[in-house]
Design a binder for this molecule. Structure first.
Ligand code: ACO
Length: 218
């Protein structure tokens, strides 16, 4: 696990720092503040550089992930085109795989565990614009954290909203919109996502035994 220890807010003025701190703390903040926007552009430059890399540029890919994210574990692969808001509010565990066209709006912390699989075109949207039009026009936003625990699989086109925790090992069906917490070890589907059933030993296919037997026979 590489922990990004540099202070990304060091160059903010006191006013910019207030907006940043409110944002990360889940309070209403000014999303259009020029210093928040400057941080957003820094992240965009990094993910654009990441997305332009070739598949064999492993060292360069790792260097950008370590600069962009708050923390990133070992053996993490993110397919292009990955896009995010701030980057530095995202923590990713080890052995995570994020498929094509993922978007993470990380104005609040987004925490992704070990062995999390994310299918194509998934959105993790921590942020809401203000509901009141005058406030929205003035740039008011509020973000809530998202937690994707170890071993979760998010199907294609899943949307996860702010304030949601998805429990260890859960599977979220393609196209679902997750608006509430999902417990560990279940399949949840739909909009809004509801628990379909628990995942049990009956879901085992014998795959691991077959691979172990194959490898033992080599
Ligand atoms: C890194 C990567 O992930 S790349 C691979 C990307 N792949 C995907 O995104 C595929 C995601 N897979 C799914 O969504 C699958 O449907 C799963 C895993 C949720 C299937 O779970 P199963 O338990 O096998 O569900 P099953 O097919 O038996 O369906 C059970 C019921 O749930 C419904 N259902 C299944 N998936 C969904 C879904 N995504 N949304 C809404 N309803 C669904 C079915 O229609 C069925 O309803 P019915 O009983 O009224 O007919």
């Amino acid at each position: 696990m590489t922990q990004n220890n540099y202070d990304v807010t060091a160059d903010l003025t006191p006013e910019g720092r207030v907006e940043w701190d409110l944002m990360v703390a889940g309070e209403v903040y000014q999303d259009s503040h020029p210093e928040i926007e400057r941080k957003r552009v820094e992240a965009k430059k990094l993910f654009r550089a990441y997305n332009a890399l070739d598949y064999d540029q492993e060292t360069e890919r790792r260097a950008i992930m370590e600069q962009l994210f708050a923390a990133v574990g070992d053996d993490v692969f993110i397919e292009p085109n990955f896009r995010c808001e701030m980057g530095r509010n995202i923590s990713i565990g080890s052995h995570a795989y994020i498929n094509f066209d993922c978007v993470m709006l990380d104005n609040a912390p987004i925490t992704i565990g070990d062995y999390v699989w994310i299918a194509p075109m998934v959105g993790l949207f921590a942020t809401n614009h203000a509901l009141d039009f005058e406030e929205r026009k003035a740039g008011a936003c509020q973000a809530k954290p998202i937690v994707i625990e170890d071993g979760v699989w998010l199907g294609g086109h899943v949307t996860v909203l702010g304030g949601v925790t998805i429990g260890r090992g859960a599977v979220i069906g393609a196209g679902s919109v997750v608006t509430h917490d999902i417990p560990a070890g279940v399949i949840a589907v739909g909009n809004p996502a509801r628990v379909l059933r628990p995942i049990t030993d009956a879901d085992k296919t014998g795959f691991c035994e077959r691979i172990a037997a194959r490898d033992a026979a080599r």
